[in-house]
Design a protein around this ligand. Structure first.
Ligand code: ARG
Length: 587
């Protein structure tokens, strides 16, 4: 943003070095930690060391002298307010008013692109959500869905080309049980509305029947054999009913504003996985103990020569030859790199209980010599508790369905909106309530370290005054309403003058940090960083709002503040967008 001025200063520094017979240097600037003033800094220790050419000498003292020499010799260009030498460092402070003007101008020019990096030409994949077909979409899958979606948004903003992949569990014993129950008791029925709920209820029914009458397991086994032998009736029924589930998921994702570029299905990888295992056996990596009634295994620790237990033993095929979860993951990992050979990283957003599983799978692939194996990474997260400590991913029947959670969120939000803003049309109120309700569910799952359990409760999720989505959305709405009251186009770029208040400076500082915070969040894979930024922005805006009159201020302060309000509104909107949360126009 100050490239021109920086280049000028660099030229002046080198001019000074030349005239004093010192070697020229390539100047690297670092930001001075913000402390009420914005500035950059560079040090002269390396240069000072050079002047001694290997001889002994006081480097620190020489660096201090050089910095002081420069500080007193150079006349600072416009745009800077102060130059100072401090312990071998040269500090340059920007003029706050010019800095402010430039930041605000940049935000208003770039709009929704503010904070986004240029394209890096690097591709990454996030696999997330992966619900099971023929089951309800319960809230247990929610944290993965939100984390994966938001990590994708953040990486995209940070400059990566992101592939968003889903891996639905469309086969396995749960599907066989469902098919058995359907063919025996519900043949010909189809879901009318609320597909996912209906699919889930049929599954729950199957489980219940089998609980009550374990003898029925034989029939399930028969269905499995039919499936395995590709019996046309079972396979057709599977194909059709699987589509129903996928249709239901699509509706759900649309509501949650989550998109996918690529679907990998569990069922695609049974045979491919088995082939890979055969190859592992042939190459002596996996051990086939089926003749002795065992399974096919990879003794990872032994292969790696580890004395302590670390990776243990991975079972890659059951004793009866069937594929396991791990068998399929071997083939899935490979498929991702066959489809996108340039993937820099292949991320798996899956809960912490599967950590060992992924370590084992990735290590096995590494031992097998797949060079991309080290580019696979498990992004783990802890579970979510509901009030009363109901683990969301519990057994069918007691799970909280996503639809129910969403419905409740919207209903609660609607109550608040009706109270706060009775004059809005009912249609408007509902629209706002949906935005607030979904935000209330998403934010708590994102605003916590992934390694910590989320305990979800309505009170803090819908808190208009705390670290919650509605608080941030409300700050956006406030900014919006000032601009609506302005009743004229936004004023042209203006220098705000030298009397910036503390609350303005704090707000501008946060806005200007957005690009680097996005980079940081992408690098650390941490949506929490963006949650914090969004919240801090909202808080700083609210401070500003209560302390600084805008519409009634004198010119040019009025114009400058209006532009600051617009920039803050944009920054809050952009941070909410990164979190997949809608910024409503009113509340
Ligand atoms: N469907 C699996 C489950 O419900 C999660 C899949 C995770 N992804 C993977 N590549 N294994 O546990």
């Amino acid at each position: 943003m100050f490239e021109l001025e920086q280049a000028l200063i660099e030229e002046k520094i080198n001019q000074y070095l030349r005239t004093t017979n010192l070697p020229e240097m390539e100047i690297r600037w670092a930001w001075i930690p913000f402390n009420g003033q914005w500035g950059i800094s560079t040090s002269f220790f390396q240069l000072a060391a050079k002047t001694f050419a290997g001889e002994k000498g006081n480097v620190a003292q020489r660096a201090t002298e050089i910095a002081q020499g420069i500080a007193s010799a150079i006349k600072i260009p416009d745009g800077f307010s102060k130059i100072e030498a401090l312990n071998g460092y040269l500090n340059l402070f920007f003029s706050p008013s010019i800095y402010t003007q430039r930041i605000v101008d940049e935000v208003l020019e770039k709009e929704s692109n503010f904070g986004r990096n240029e394209r890096l030409g690097k591709r990454v994949m996030f696999e997330f959500s992966h619900p099971n077909t023929h089951k309800a979409f319960h809230v247990g899958h929610l944290r993965s869905a939100f984390l994966g979606d938001v990590l994708s948004r953040i990486s995209d903003a940070a400059g990566y080309d992101v592939i968003r992949a889903n891996y639905p569990g469309d086969i396995g014993m749960h599907v066989i049980k469902w098919l058995w129950n359907y063919l025996k008791f519900h043949k010909g029925e189809r879901p009318e509305k609320d597909i996912t709920r209906w699919m889930g209820s049929l599954y729950a029914e199957a489980v219940k029947r089998l609980d009550e009458n374990p003898d029925l397991e034989n029939e399930v086994k028969e269905t499995y054999i039919k499936w395995d032998q590709k019996d046309p009736e079972v396979v057709e029924c599977w194909k059709e009913t699987r589509e129903w589930s996928l249709e239901g998921f699509k509706e759900m994702y649309a509501k949650l504003d989550i998109k996918f570029d690529k679907y990998y299905f569990n069922s695609m990888f049974e045979d491919l996985g088995k082939e890979m295992v055969d190859d592992l056996i042939a190459r002596g990596i996996a051990q086939d103990e089926r003749a002795e009634g065992g399974a096919v295994i990879v003794k990872l620790d032994e292969k790696l020569g580890l004395k302590d237990e670390k990776y243990r033993v991975l079972v890659v095929r059951r004793s009866d030859g069937t594929a396991l979860y791990a068998t399929e993951d071997l083939a899935l990992a490979r498929q991702k790199f066959l489809d996108y050979s340039d993937l820099e990283r292949s991320y798996y957003v899956v809960d912490v209980r599967q950590s060992l599983h992924f370590q084992q799978v990735f290590k096995t692939l590494e031992i097998a010599g797949y060079d991309w194996a080290t580019r696979c990474q498990h992004v783990s997260y802890e579970l979510v508790n509901l009030p009363g400590n109901v683990v969301m991913a519990s057994r069918e029947g007691t799970v909280v369905l996503l639809e129910d959670l969403l419905r409740e969120a919207t209903a609660r939000a609607l109550e608040v909106v009706r109270e706060k803003n009775p004059d809005l049309s009912e249609e408007n109120k509902i629209e706002i309530a949906e935005a607030v309700g979904i935000g209330a569910i998403k934010f708590p799952m994102l605003s916590r370290e992934s390694g910590k359990i989320v305990t979800f409760d309505w009170e803090s999720a819908l808190d208009f005054n705390g670290q919650a989505a509605p608080y941030i959305q409300y700050a956006y709405v406030r900014a919006n309403s000032i601009l609506k009251k302005m009743n004229s186009p936004l004023p042209e770029s203006v220098n705000p003058g030298e009397k910036l208040t503390q609350s303005e400076i704090a707000l501008i500082d946060l806005i200007s940090r957005m690009p680097s915070e996005i980079q940081k969040a992408a690098k650390d894979l941490k949506p929490l960083t963006i949650c914090n930024l969004a919240y801090e922005l909202a808080r700083a805006f609210n401070d500003f709002y209560t302390q600084c009159p805008v519409l009634s201020a004198e010119e040019p302060i009025r114009s400058a503040r209006l532009r600051l309000v617009a920039a803050a509104r944009q920054a809050i909107a952009n941070s909410l967008a990164l979190l997949g949360i809608t910024a409503p126009q009113a509340m």
